[in-house]
Design a protein around this ligand. Sequence first.
Ligand SMILES: Nc1nc2c(ncn2[C@@H]2O[C@H](COP(=O)(O)OP(=O)(O)OP(=O)(O)O)[C@@H](O)[C@H]2O)c(=O)[nH]1
Ligand SMILES: [Mg+2]
Length: 425
Amino acid sequence: MDQFISVFMKGASEKNFQRLAMEFLPQYTALISKAGGMLSPETLSGIHKALQQGKLSDVISQIQEAISAAENAGLEVAVIGQSGTGKSSFINALRGLSHEAEESADVGTVETTMYKIPYQHPKYPKVIFWDLPGTGTPNFHIDMYLDQVGFANYDFFIIISSSRFSLNDALLAQKIKDAGKKFYFVRTKVDSDLYNEEKTKPTTFKKENVLQRIRDYCLTNLISIGVTEPRIFLISNFHLDTFDFPKLEETLLKELPGHKRHMFALLLPNISVASIELKKHFLQEKICLEALKSAAVSFIPFMTFFMGFDLPQQEECLKEYRSYFGLDDKSVEEIAERLGMRLEDIKGQLKCLDFWPLVKDDSIIAQAKNAAEAFCAVNGGPASSVFQALKVYYGRKQFLNTVVDDAKHLLRKMETVNVASPDSI
Ligand SMILES: Nc1nc2c(ncn2[C@@H]2O[C@H](COP(=O)(O)OP(=O)(O)OP(=O)(O)O)[C@@H](O)[C@H]2O)c(=O)[nH]1
Ligand SMILES: [Mg+2]
């Protein structure tokens, strides 16, 4: 990540824009997650072109536009399936809510989803999950369904089943495809399939074989009712870190447009080290792009304005990062309760809760100073604003790394509790 910034500083201070343009794409690719980043191919080539021409003000405006688009992106996800298949549970899981939480979607054994119901993400109000009426209800008419539910508004559809996918599901998938939208098949409750198989066939039971059988069965079933090359994800709403949920996340991220990808990545539950790392990638990308933008400003004569990173902004930034990784005050309280620990004890183990030691860390200033001097001292001019940009960059990086370390620490703690619990897989 530092290399991304230093390549830019070097190229800009030497006014070697051809080289900068040449290095930009590989540097950016190395920075982002394998699911992609927030810049669309068009923006990437726009920035590349602006660098080639040495038009730093264009670079700045394109980065700014991309960041604003990512921050303001909305996302509407449609969840469809027959009654009792686990739609509400899936929505609650994606919203990071327990089924008992006040704002959660009703989960039950009687048919609870009769109308389409929007569920906002508690932390991202522009992200809405729609619990749509099941395809098995008497009022379901394939020709009218998509119009009735207003298909054009959704970014993608998740079609859920807990046994076999029905003919209606397949017909609907075809219609969704014809309407130019994406759909994904999700087979829930594989935890109970495994439990039942193990109970009934204890000597021959093999987890992988059971999962493969379910996968093959879904595939054959969907192909036989006319879906070509269906993509199926086997999940348990109670154990998101296992089975295909991580693969589903990655696929959804890859297939979303760049500006929506950023928002979606940040709201995903922190279920594993891999998901924490994925989120970290997206935030690193934003830190770098912001730094690039500020650094570019420093190299434009007479354009010395610079948005500072004063204490309230720094505190807000740390707060935001904590929220992304489920370390806000409310979540920490809930975690302490789940771990059966005193709140003070758990707080004592987390470094990200204390703002002052983090901002007073002298190493941030030292790193920024070294990096700024290395590139700018000889040129005189921009050294001080470059130093400001780098200070923000190293400060944010420090916050992010601290929050990520704490999130991983708590995850390990939670895993030991889950392993000890009797219903774990
Ligand atoms: N074992 C297991 N049970 C699940 C899973 N997902 C949901 N359930 C249970 O299945 C039942 C139905 O889940 P819901 O989430 O209410 O299903 P729904 O599709 O919203 O149902 P309707 O609202 O009636 O359409 C509940 O008892 C859930 O606890 C899962 O992945 N594994
Ligand atoms: Mg429901």
